[in-house]
Design a protein around this ligand. Sequence first.
Ligand SMILES: N[C@@H](CCC(=O)N[C@@H](CS)C(=O)NCC(=O)O)C(=O)O
Length: 181
Amino acid sequence: METSSSSSNQVPAASKLLLYSYWQSSCSWRVRFALNLKGLPYEYKPVNLPAGEQFSPEFKCLNPLHFVLVLVDGDTVVSDSFAILLYLGDKYPQRLLLPADPRLQALNLQAASIISSSMQPLHMPSVLKYLTEKFGPEESLSWAQSNIEKGFFALEVLLKDFDSRYATGDDVYMLSNLNTQ
Ligand SMILES: N[C@@H](CCC(=O)N[C@@H](CS)C(=O)NCC(=O)O)C(=O)O
């Protein structure tokens, strides 16, 4: 995992990074922010979710869950934005994405996890489609709203002591994106 103590004088050169992504995907924004903060060039490979391109046989080989996003770095294939951020932190330690202080680090990890695990996946398109078909659009909307509210409430409680530019101070870390889909 990336911390300030993982700094190295030898930053490995990136092989050609490929990012399978969709423009409206908030998971993708998280990783695109990180790649840009770290100054890592990448090739953007669009996966059109509304057109169902995540179900293509080629994409299934990259992520059998059929979710964006996926990062390909040489022979390393990583899906899931949280895993990708941790991978980028270890492999490309320039511009750290976690603070050195263990308390701030834990807060950033917890907040990022609330967003990437306890909020956003609960109202991704396939979930809302399933709920709409099974229970109707109102139930689906109410499910999305209640989970978003619960998540933001938890974030407010978690970060209540900070009156800073970003979530835990004046630097952007893993928790750089408070948007949900
Ligand atoms: N925890 C995963 C969630 C991945 C995810 O929810 N991806 C969404 C877009 S942001 C997706 O591909 N949804 C496809 C679908 O709902 O069919 C991550 O952070 O990468």
